[in-house]
Design a protein around this ligand. Structure first.
Ligand code: NAD
Length: 297
């Protein structure tokens, strides 16, 4: 049976078309969306990401402001700048470029973002609400993984799922979403003794670790659906023998494609869907703020 290569770009375009429609509807009601992206210093990868984000926002009709702080900013200075954005009525969404400089407590900074403006869904309040099944703004990548699974038409109820990687903003909320959709979930992580014994039982295997080549064909049950969340930059050799950099996931795509029934590529899988979900969360955040204002919160 030919493997279904899940087209994350196509799914992202569908989500973005809906976002654009919602932004236009809100604009017609006089609600303007503005996303503030906080960056400390100028990490090269963050600068690239910020430029692409600005373009995505522009295409959606969302204003974008890159809020840059000096690289030597301390915890209090970063928190104070976020607090200004929290209370700025023109700012409807806030996100934080990572990594922050060494010595800065990232979760503590994320905790400063108003949960109703936290478009990445990384404030512990937002992650906690996911556990209660009543998300305000849910973590983007976890939502993207679930949307990607849904796009395959796979029935989650009763499915034997394995999630490799249990970080608080990616793997763990993915596990929670799957449990809430009545999948039977095995959570694997760095301390899992025999990873292959678990992954081989999975009809649905989600991998969010950050280790290229972690999942080989031997880890996969024939016919399984594979969602590769990992993003890794590796060095490889091109046809002319030159060393080049390449982006790959955690799954050995070529080998696993021969065993799986469906698989996400990297790049072009969960990544573009995550970008689209961030834009959707930006709309969601604005709507939640409107509702909260009406309720007088
Ligand atoms: P993290 O480092 O916070 O967590 C990694 C997790 O993997 C931990 O739970 C750890 O226990 C587990 N782990 C580590 N080594 C393992 C091993 N050998 N076997 C099994 N489990 C192991 O990383 P994160 O922030 O959750 O990100 C995970 C990956 O997802 C990274 O590659 C990151 O770049 C990528 N990511 C992708 C997107 C996207 O849009 N596709 C978004 C965010 C993160």
């Amino acid at each position: 049976m030919a493997v279904n290569i899940i087209d994350g770009k196509q799914l992202a375009e569908k989500i973005k078309a809906d976002v654009r429609k919602q932004v236009d509807e809100l604009a017609a009601d006089g609600v303007k969306l503005k996303l503030a992206a906080v960056m400390v210093g100028e990490p090269p990868a963050s600068m690239v990401y910020a430029r692409s984000q600005a373009k995505h926002c522009e295409n959606m009709g969302i204003s974008y402001e890159l809020v840059q702080l000096p690289a030597d900013s301390n915890q209090i200075q970063i928190a104070q700048r976020i607090e200004q954005l929290n209370t700025d009525p023109d700012i409807t969404g806030i996100m934080l470029h990572l990594p922050l400089p060494e010595g800065i407590d990232t979760p503590a900074v994320q905790y400063c973002i108003n949960p109703f403006k936290d478009v990445e869904g990384v404030n512990p309040v937002n992650i906690g609400m996911v556990f209660y099944g009543e998300p305000i703004i849910a973590p983007c990548t976890a939502l993207a993984a679930v949307e990607t699974i849904r796009s395959t038409g796979m029935e989650l109820r009763g499915t034997e799922a394995v999630v490799v990687g249990q970080s608080p903003v990616v793997g763990l909320p993915i596990s929670v979403f799957l449990i809430q959709n009545f999948a039977t979930v095995t959570a694997c992580h760095i301390a899992t003794v025999d990873l292959q014994a678990h992954t081989r039982k999975a009809d649905l295997l989600i991998v969010a670790v950050g280790k290229a080549g972690l999942i080989t064909a031997d880890h996969v049950k024939p016919g399984a659906v594979i969602i590769d969340v990992g993003i890794n930059r590796i060095k490889t050799t091109d046809a002319d023998g030159n060393t080049v950099s390449k982006t790959v996931g955690d799954v050995d795509f070529d080998a696993v494609s021969k065993v799986a029934s469906a698989i996400t590529p990297v790049p072009g899988g969960v990544g573009p869907v995550t970008v689209a979900i961030l834009l959707r969360n930006t709309v969601e955040a604005a709507r939640k703020q409107l509702t909260a204002t009406k309720k007088g919160k």
